[in-house]
Design a protein around this ligand. Structure first.
Ligand SMILES: [Zn+2]
Length: 378
């Protein structure tokens, strides 16, 4: 197998395709654009976004928001990559396995067309729920990673050590008392002024700085986290994506394709960013989230207060600041009544979260000059 392959190279800044040679090395790809300098892309930093399906060129990306791109025509390139760097094989599609995969894909494609037709005809979210239940956890993990890479890339994450420790403590309290789940639950704070939070499949909760700063206590943040974690644990987020994303993603879901979802991260992030869960899903996330708080002995009053509907005569400015998150969480009197009733049925002695910490200061640690956007990995 040759180690040098002709390719097209895009630098991420302009749309000009340069001719390039890509050389397979043990540690990564050596990329030499015609007339340009040679650069090394370590395998661990390369994403394959195309080339898993027949007739597609292999497309590889390197870098964050505006990645550099390589397009390789010859599929044998992937095969020799697998031979040369087997330890990175999970990151790249293996064409040697395509035979089996094609069969699976064909079966799945048939199923998808059938399912999609039914979804469109009768709009049955139930089907999405059925598919979501059969989706392998590994697929959800890859999809969740794709979402986090797009929305909460390391450069955007808030890394104030005190805040990170505080959030880990809150998450630890919530999960210690929760039943075992197949997911690894994580929380990322993104340094953006948006008042929003959402849960990606497989347990990554993304909170934006704007929402964090609106919480009055660690208990309120715990309430938001418990609610979002339930969207993961009840597979609402996976179901939403299966229901609203492209059929390509659906095929990936049904075949358990774990190379595909990474490429769909952006699409999934878009779905989650603009998505409203059904009222049933919200109620379920509320009640299960509240039970999670009670099991963790966190004072539920914070959650109830945070989700309380804005007063009719409330300051319009306040309302618009919180519009996105709170408006996607239908606030009605019933909701508060349900939660309050649930609390009264399960009286618990709560234990203060983060005693001795000044939450009013801590919640502003993200976005404070010099404390955020550091490059150290979390
Ligand atoms: Zn929700």
């Amino acid at each position: 197998m040759p180690t040098d392959w002709p390719a097209a190279y895009l630098d991420g800044e302009t749309a000009i395709r340069h001719r390039a040679i890509v050389r397979l090395m043990r540690e990564g790809l050596e990329v030499t654009p015609a007339g340009g300098r040679t650069r090394l892309w370590p395998y661990a930093q390369v994403r394959q976004t195309q080339g898993a399906y027949a007739g597609e060129e292999v497309r590889l990306e390197h870098g964050g928001q505006m990645p550099e791109v390589l397009v390789v025509r010859d599929l044998r390139f992937l095969q020799s990559l697998h031979e040369l760097a087997p330890e990175f094989s999970r990151r790249f599609h293996n064409p040697a396995r395509r035979g089996r995969r094609l069969q699976l894909t064909a079966v799945a494609a048939g199923a998808v067309i059938g399912l999609s037709a039914m979804m469109y005809l009768w709009g049955i979210p139930l089907l999405a729920a059925q598919v979501a239940l059969r989706v392998p956890v590994a697929w959800e993990e890859q999809l969740g990673k794709g979402v986090v890479d797009h929305v909460a890339s390391p450069a955007r994450r808030c890394r104030d050590p005190q805040l990170v420790a505080a959030i880990d403590t809150i998450l630890g309290r919530l999960t210690a008392a929760a039943p075992r789940s197949p997911y690894t639950l994580r929380v990322y704070v993104v340094d953006m002024p948006i008042v929003n939070a959402f849960a990606a499949p497989s347990g990554s909760v993304v909170i934006f700085r704007g929402l964090l700063q609106r919480t009055d206590s660690p208990e309120q943040l715990a309430g938001v986290l418990a609610h979002e974690l339930q969207h993961v644990l009840q597979r609402h987020s996976t179901r939403a994506i299966v229901q609203h994303a492209s059929s390509g993603l659906l095929i990936a879901a049904l075949t358990g394709d774990v190379t595909g979802p990474l490429a769909y991260g952006l699409e999934a992030a878009r779905v989650l960013g603009h998505f409203r869960y059904s009222r049933e899903a919200e109620t379920e996330a509320d009640t299960e989230g509240l039970k999670m708080l009670l099991a963790a002995r966190v004072d539920p009053a914070g959650m109830i207060a945070f989700f309380e509907p804005p007063k009719d005569t409330a300051d319009k400015h306040e309302e618009s600041a919180a519009d996105k998150y709170l408006s996607s969480h239908p606030s009605d009197r019933d909701r508060k009544a349900t939660l309050t009733a649930l609390v009264s049925r399960h009286p618990t002695q709560s234990v203060t979260l983060l005693p001795g910490e000044n939450w009013r200061e801590l919640r502003y640690a993200c976005g404070a000059p010099g404390t955020s956007l550091q490059e150290s990995p979390r």
